[in-house]
Write a protein that binds this ligand. Structure first.
Ligand code: PGA
Length: 235
Protein backbone atom coordinates (compact mmCIF):
# COMPACT_ATOMS: atom_id res chain seq x y z
CA UNK A 1 0.00 0.00 0.00
CA UNK A 2 1.41 3.34 -1.04
CA UNK A 3 0.35 6.29 1.16
CA UNK A 4 0.62 9.82 -0.20
CA UNK A 5 0.05 12.64 2.30
CA UNK A 6 -0.96 16.02 0.94
CA UNK A 7 -1.82 19.38 2.50
CA UNK A 8 -5.51 19.37 1.74
CA UNK A 9 -8.22 17.90 -0.46
CA UNK A 10 -7.42 20.26 -3.32
CA UNK A 11 -3.87 18.91 -3.45
CA UNK A 12 -5.39 15.44 -3.04
CA UNK A 13 -7.48 15.94 -6.17
CA UNK A 14 -4.36 16.86 -8.10
CA UNK A 15 -2.56 13.70 -6.92
CA UNK A 16 -5.59 11.62 -7.79
CA UNK A 17 -5.65 13.11 -11.27
CA UNK A 18 -2.08 11.82 -11.77
CA UNK A 19 -3.16 8.31 -10.77
CA UNK A 20 -6.06 8.42 -13.24
CA UNK A 21 -3.89 9.85 -16.02
CA UNK A 22 -1.28 7.12 -15.57
CA UNK A 23 -3.86 4.33 -15.42
CA UNK A 24 -5.52 5.55 -18.62
CA UNK A 25 -2.15 5.95 -20.34
CA UNK A 26 -1.37 2.37 -19.31
CA UNK A 27 -4.58 1.14 -20.93
CA UNK A 28 -7.29 1.28 -18.26
CA UNK A 29 -10.70 0.95 -19.92
CA UNK A 30 -13.06 0.63 -16.95
CA UNK A 31 -13.07 3.13 -14.10
CA UNK A 32 -14.80 2.29 -10.82
CA UNK A 33 -16.19 5.54 -9.43
CA UNK A 34 -17.45 6.80 -6.08
CA UNK A 35 -19.63 9.59 -4.74
CA UNK A 36 -19.74 11.70 -1.56
CA UNK A 37 -17.74 14.71 -0.47
CA UNK A 38 -14.35 13.04 -0.83
CA UNK A 39 -14.02 12.63 -4.62
CA UNK A 40 -15.30 16.12 -5.48
CA UNK A 41 -11.84 17.66 -5.92
CA UNK A 42 -10.78 14.67 -7.97
CA UNK A 43 -13.71 15.12 -10.34
CA UNK A 44 -12.90 18.84 -10.59
CA UNK A 45 -9.38 17.95 -11.72
CA UNK A 46 -10.60 15.30 -14.16
CA UNK A 47 -13.14 17.72 -15.65
CA UNK A 48 -10.51 20.45 -16.03
CA UNK A 49 -8.01 18.03 -17.58
CA UNK A 50 -7.39 17.02 -21.16
CA UNK A 51 -8.26 13.40 -20.36
CA UNK A 52 -10.67 11.82 -22.80
CA UNK A 53 -13.19 9.37 -21.35
CA UNK A 54 -15.24 8.93 -24.49
CA UNK A 55 -13.96 5.40 -25.05
CA UNK A 56 -14.02 4.43 -21.39
CA UNK A 57 -16.64 2.76 -19.25
CA UNK A 58 -17.50 3.66 -15.67
CA UNK A 59 -19.04 1.47 -13.01
CA UNK A 60 -20.11 3.11 -9.74
CA UNK A 61 -19.88 1.65 -6.29
CA UNK A 62 -23.37 2.18 -4.99
CA UNK A 63 -26.76 3.85 -5.03
CA UNK A 64 -29.46 4.54 -2.45
CA UNK A 65 -32.46 2.24 -2.67
CA UNK A 66 -35.54 4.33 -3.43
CA UNK A 67 -33.88 7.25 -5.23
CA UNK A 68 -34.05 7.62 -9.01
CA UNK A 69 -31.63 9.50 -11.28
CA UNK A 70 -33.75 12.68 -11.18
CA UNK A 71 -33.50 12.90 -7.41
CA UNK A 72 -30.74 15.38 -6.53
CA UNK A 73 -29.67 13.17 -3.60
CA UNK A 74 -29.19 10.12 -5.78
CA UNK A 75 -25.75 9.02 -6.80
CA UNK A 76 -26.85 8.84 -10.44
CA UNK A 77 -27.62 12.57 -10.21
CA UNK A 78 -24.34 13.28 -8.40
CA UNK A 79 -22.31 11.54 -11.11
CA UNK A 80 -24.04 13.46 -13.88
CA UNK A 81 -23.47 16.75 -12.07
CA UNK A 82 -19.84 16.18 -11.14
CA UNK A 83 -18.50 14.27 -14.10
CA UNK A 84 -20.61 12.65 -16.80
CA UNK A 85 -22.31 15.80 -18.11
CA UNK A 86 -18.89 17.43 -18.46
CA UNK A 87 -16.78 14.46 -19.53
CA UNK A 88 -18.86 11.96 -21.48
CA UNK A 89 -18.03 8.27 -21.20
CA UNK A 90 -18.80 5.55 -23.78
CA UNK A 91 -21.08 3.98 -21.15
CA UNK A 92 -21.77 4.55 -17.48
CA UNK A 93 -23.25 2.07 -15.01
CA UNK A 94 -24.76 2.60 -11.57
CA UNK A 95 -27.16 0.47 -9.57
CA UNK A 96 -30.80 1.38 -10.19
CA UNK A 97 -32.22 2.70 -6.92
CA UNK A 98 -35.75 2.26 -8.28
CA UNK A 99 -35.41 -1.41 -9.22
CA UNK A 100 -38.58 -3.42 -8.43
CA UNK A 101 -36.80 -6.60 -7.56
CA UNK A 102 -33.65 -6.63 -5.43
CA UNK A 103 -32.45 -10.02 -6.64
CA UNK A 104 -32.82 -9.07 -10.32
CA UNK A 105 -31.01 -5.77 -9.80
CA UNK A 106 -28.19 -7.41 -7.84
CA UNK A 107 -27.74 -10.06 -10.55
CA UNK A 108 -27.78 -7.37 -13.25
CA UNK A 109 -25.05 -5.41 -11.49
CA UNK A 110 -22.91 -8.48 -10.90
CA UNK A 111 -23.16 -9.14 -14.63
CA UNK A 112 -22.12 -5.54 -15.39
CA UNK A 113 -19.02 -6.09 -13.25
CA UNK A 114 -18.31 -9.47 -14.81
CA UNK A 115 -18.54 -7.93 -18.28
CA UNK A 116 -16.48 -4.87 -17.33
CA UNK A 117 -13.73 -5.73 -14.86
CA UNK A 118 -12.61 -2.56 -13.12
CA UNK A 119 -9.09 -1.34 -13.89
CA UNK A 120 -8.99 1.50 -11.36
CA UNK A 121 -11.44 1.80 -8.47
CA UNK A 122 -11.79 5.11 -6.64
CA UNK A 123 -12.89 4.83 -3.00
CA UNK A 124 -13.66 7.04 -0.04
CA UNK A 125 -13.70 5.69 3.48
CA UNK A 126 -16.46 6.02 6.04
CA UNK A 127 -15.81 7.32 9.53
CA UNK A 128 -16.57 3.76 10.64
CA UNK A 129 -14.21 2.30 8.04
CA UNK A 130 -16.84 1.37 5.48
CA UNK A 131 -15.99 1.15 1.78
CA UNK A 132 -18.87 1.58 -0.60
CA UNK A 133 -21.79 0.90 1.71
CA UNK A 134 -20.10 -2.15 3.18
CA UNK A 135 -20.56 -1.40 6.83
CA UNK A 136 -18.64 -2.99 9.73
CA UNK A 137 -19.08 -6.77 9.79
CA UNK A 138 -19.87 -7.04 6.06
CA UNK A 139 -18.81 -10.32 4.43
CA UNK A 140 -15.41 -9.88 2.81
CA UNK A 141 -16.10 -11.99 -0.26
CA UNK A 142 -19.54 -10.60 -1.18
CA UNK A 143 -20.50 -9.29 -4.59
CA UNK A 144 -23.28 -6.75 -5.15
CA UNK A 145 -25.63 -6.59 -2.18
CA UNK A 146 -28.48 -4.68 -0.65
CA UNK A 147 -27.27 -3.23 2.63
CA UNK A 148 -28.83 -1.47 5.58
CA UNK A 149 -26.99 1.74 6.43
CA UNK A 150 -25.66 2.03 9.97
CA UNK A 151 -26.61 4.93 12.26
CA UNK A 152 -23.12 6.41 11.82
CA UNK A 153 -23.47 6.49 8.02
CA UNK A 154 -27.02 7.87 8.17
CA UNK A 155 -25.79 10.68 10.42
CA UNK A 156 -22.74 11.37 8.22
CA UNK A 157 -24.86 11.53 5.06
CA UNK A 158 -27.69 13.55 6.62
CA UNK A 159 -25.82 16.73 5.70
CA UNK A 160 -27.03 16.29 2.14
CA UNK A 161 -30.70 15.91 3.11
CA UNK A 162 -33.19 18.30 4.63
CA UNK A 163 -33.69 16.05 7.64
CA UNK A 164 -32.04 12.91 8.91
CA UNK A 165 -35.30 10.95 8.43
CA UNK A 166 -34.99 11.58 4.68
CA UNK A 167 -31.74 9.61 4.37
CA UNK A 168 -32.56 6.29 2.70
CA UNK A 169 -32.06 3.33 5.01
CA UNK A 170 -30.86 0.92 2.32
CA UNK A 171 -28.45 0.97 -0.59
CA UNK A 172 -27.25 -1.32 -3.34
CA UNK A 173 -23.49 -1.59 -3.12
CA UNK A 174 -20.67 -3.47 -4.72
CA UNK A 175 -19.55 -5.96 -2.08
CA UNK A 176 -16.06 -6.05 -0.64
CA UNK A 177 -15.33 -9.04 -2.87
CA UNK A 178 -16.30 -7.01 -5.97
CA UNK A 179 -14.16 -4.07 -4.84
CA UNK A 180 -11.17 -6.37 -4.27
CA UNK A 181 -11.42 -7.55 -7.89
CA UNK A 182 -10.31 -4.14 -9.20
CA UNK A 183 -6.79 -4.20 -10.64
CA UNK A 184 -5.87 -1.02 -8.81
CA UNK A 185 -7.54 0.86 -5.95
CA UNK A 186 -7.23 4.54 -5.12
CA UNK A 187 -8.63 5.44 -1.70
CA UNK A 188 -8.93 9.04 -0.59
CA UNK A 189 -9.39 10.31 2.97
CA UNK A 190 -9.73 13.98 3.79
CA UNK A 191 -10.42 15.66 7.13
CA UNK A 192 -9.97 14.79 10.78
CA UNK A 193 -13.19 12.75 10.93
CA UNK A 194 -11.43 10.10 8.83
CA UNK A 195 -8.29 9.91 10.99
CA UNK A 196 -9.33 6.88 13.05
CA UNK A 197 -10.48 4.88 10.02
CA UNK A 198 -7.33 5.80 8.09
CA UNK A 199 -5.10 4.69 10.95
CA UNK A 200 -6.88 1.34 11.04
CA UNK A 201 -6.57 0.98 7.27
CA UNK A 202 -2.85 1.77 7.16
CA UNK A 203 -1.58 0.45 10.49
CA UNK A 204 -4.23 -1.70 12.11
CA UNK A 205 -4.78 -5.42 11.85
CA UNK A 206 -7.21 -6.71 9.23
CA UNK A 207 -10.54 -6.49 10.99
CA UNK A 208 -13.97 -7.21 9.44
CA UNK A 209 -15.33 -4.54 11.78
CA UNK A 210 -13.27 -1.97 9.88
CA UNK A 211 -14.02 -3.09 6.32
CA UNK A 212 -11.34 -0.92 4.66
CA UNK A 213 -8.62 -2.93 6.43
CA UNK A 214 -9.31 -5.80 3.99
CA UNK A 215 -7.59 -3.62 1.38
CA UNK A 216 -4.29 -4.55 3.05
CA UNK A 217 -4.64 -7.82 1.14
CA UNK A 218 -4.92 -6.06 -2.22
CA UNK A 219 -1.64 -5.90 -4.17
CA UNK A 220 -2.11 -2.46 -5.72
CA UNK A 221 -3.57 0.21 -3.44
CA UNK A 222 -2.73 3.91 -3.37
CA UNK A 223 -4.03 5.99 -0.47
CA UNK A 224 -4.18 9.77 -0.73
CA UNK A 225 -4.79 11.46 2.61
CA UNK A 226 -4.64 15.04 3.74
CA UNK A 227 -2.71 16.08 6.85
CA UNK A 228 -5.83 16.14 9.02
CA UNK A 229 -6.81 12.60 8.09
CA UNK A 230 -3.20 11.47 8.57
CA UNK A 231 -2.71 12.91 12.08
CA UNK A 232 -2.91 9.52 13.83
CA UNK A 233 -0.44 7.74 11.51
CA UNK A 234 2.78 6.90 13.27
CA UNK A 235 4.80 5.06 10.63
P1 PGA B 1 -17.70 11.18 2.17
O1 PGA B 1 -18.09 9.67 2.29
O2 PGA B 1 -16.81 11.26 0.98
O3 PGA B 1 -18.98 11.92 1.93
O4 PGA B 1 -17.00 11.53 3.41
C1 PGA B 1 -17.09 8.71 2.10
C2 PGA B 1 -17.66 7.37 2.40
O5 PGA B 1 -18.61 7.28 3.19
O6 PGA B 1 -17.18 6.39 1.82
Amino acid sequence: MQVIIVDDKVAGGKEAYKVFAKAIKDGAKVLGLATGGTPETTYQELVASELDFSKLISVNLDEYVGLGPDDPQSYNYYMNEHLFSKKPFAKTYLPNGLADDDAVEIARYDQVLADHPVDLQLLGIGENGHIGFNEPGSPIDAKTRKVALTESTIKANARYFEKEEDVPRYAYSMGIGSIMQAKQILLEAFGSKKAQALKALVEGPIDPNVPATILQKHPNVIVIADKEAATLLTK
